[in-house]
Design a binder for this molecule. Sequence first.
Ligand SMILES: *Cc1c(COP(=O)(O)O)cnc(C)c1O
Length: 358
Amino acid sequence: MVPYVPPSWAHALPAPSHRILLAAVPTPIHAWKLSGLPQGISLVIKRDDLTGSALTGNKVRKLEFILADALRRGATTLITCGGSQSNHARATAVAARELGMDTHMVLRSNVPELELTGNLFLDTLTRARVHLVGGRAPYVSAILPKMQEIEAKLKEEGKVPYVVPVGGSDPLIGIWGYLDAWEEMIKQGVLDKVDDIVLACGSGGTLAGLVIANYLTESKVRIHGFPVSDNAQYFFSHIDSTLQALRLPVKASEIVSFVDGYKGEGYAISKPEHLAFIAEVAGTTGIFLDPVYTGKACFGLVQELNSPPATRQLQLKGTRVMFLHTGGLIGLMDGTVQQTLVSPVVVVPTVVPAAVQT
Ligand SMILES: *Cc1c(COP(=O)(O)O)cnc(C)c1O
């Protein structure tokens, strides 16, 4: 744990006093030769999928601040929640183990017996305690009470529980993960080299941090969120309430744009074209997008760039675009994408040349 000194442009915000260095940063930014990009668009990718190995993705940056708060409060056990393949819950469980804490996670699932694949496999290896609720369990009436029940039980046992908010997104602590990432991007020259930043939004904390930092630094960059759950209206109000909590005199609609229509059937539900796109991108560029977040956002980006201006929602400020890769590789390996690959392995018979036969 180290004292945290916020960037000077963030002096008006209430900053956390400490952070724990968990992420491998700065993450690289490099050109990305994605096929299907129209002429004139240059695309780079910021690799926040490389913030670590098991402890990886965008959630690590938020956990640096949240878990510092937990440790300072003497927490012994973390409680969090998410979908059955939650990247956030997995990152929390891995970080907790590194720091000597236990994790209880309340996960939504449609099936009572889950296969231990992807994130759930790592959750199990870290010995996180998994509590399942129904796949459509509402947060307020089902998940929150379940977390409170676990919290009460842990207190009875003499433990010190700490609830980590959904997706690590809260307006006072988790938000610093991507406020601070903005300072990293400034040092990488993003403000001079990039006109537009595109990313997926799930719980909205990553986007909120970037958008508020963008506003506070009065940069010329425009940020575009692709909702993969809920919709633009929901995220405008999420960011508005964050702005209010931080007492910033601006409206979300003035500082961020959203592109709706690419979440498909719903959160964590993939269409065949999403999976085909992920396979195409991996097979041509070696970048692994995930089915829940980055795959849909990037699919949407390519679709938008190729739509006629009259129907295009994405209004770029310029031609130099940066896609923020927020992670998700472990979720990609949950078994569902494998099933869609028609012929995953091409067996090439090996012919050993006679000259080298022994
Ligand atoms: C959680 C997550 C997101 C969304 O980030 P939010 O801050 O919740 O909006 C995007 N990509 C990946 C891979 C994630 O795990």
